[in-house]
Design a protein around this ligand. Sequence first.
Ligand code: UT7
Length: 317
Amino acid sequence: MTYSRIAGTGSYLPQKILSNADLERLVDTTDEWIFARTGIRQRHIASEGECSSDLALHASEQAILAAGIDRHQIDLIIVATTTPDRIFPSTACLLQHKLAIAGCPAFDIQAVCSGFVYALATADQFIKSGAAKCALVVGAETISRITDYSDRSNCILWGDGAGAVILQAGEEPGIISSHLHADGKYNELLCVSGGVSQKESKPAIQTEGNAVFKIAENTLDAIVDETLGANGMEKAHIDWLVPHQANIRIIQATAKKLGMGMDRVVLTVDRHGNTSAASIPLALAVAVRDGRIKRGATILMEAFGGGFTWGSVLIKY
Ligand code: UT7
């Protein structure tokens, strides 16, 4: 039996920081409100001309180095992004070119904040089936480009960044299981106004935050049960929760469900904000780099996002 395992992680954050104090100058809000309701203090913002593929490149180079592979070994590239550089070619193809490799399949996945979980689960299927041996899986976002900085209901949430992993074939897991879901009937609760087919001159995120919040909390509660149940595991078997970083109160609810102290939850939302598809690989890379996550740890990753989409990946690191 072939499994896939994470061989290396990488991350990148643009230099510019947008603090809550900066946002106080843009909209009617306060640092106290933002921090109390979301757990966010600051987020990073890509500079003009810096695109999702540029952020993805930095994160990928770090992951390649950490995995100790030659980039030419990569035989699959998947980029999860809601904010591709262009409508086409895919950001994955642009990244492939920037990495100066060619030939392997490269494509984007669009599942908004659940994008990285979807991408990791997809790469896992390629590896398990023998179609790939060494995949580069990236979450990269310049979500600031579709943020309306006059809309206080959600402009305080978003940040830019990228995270990447190298996923390699191995004889032991690795990825233990993945669980993906979607329900399009909720599409209007968290969406971008228009796009290509449905024309809109300046697309921007619109959300009914409180409704999204409640559904996210309940749905993530259920995905914990589904993931543990599918593997006959107990809550105590999970060493680390690496959640999508949307809102600290949602993360606290999932940790409570798992009976976990917050000291076993990787939190980046305070410094990164919600970086959509990039948030999980960014958080994973941070905790691997600072030594908290070690080889052999059992990690639950979970996410919820526009669509709605949601999912989890359970791994032995
Ligand atoms: O990553 C994908 C999934 N996304 C999520 O899961 C996001 C889920 N939603 C959230 O994180 C939260 O719902 C928000 C942070 C977006 C909003 O927090 P909330 O506690 O749900 O606030 P609310 O929308 O219920 O608004 C409460 C009050 C309202 O005022 P009134 O009607 O009580 O007078 C809002 O007008 O807070 C007001 N408000 C603000 N006040 C200061 C809304 N935005 C702001 C703001 N600053 N930025």
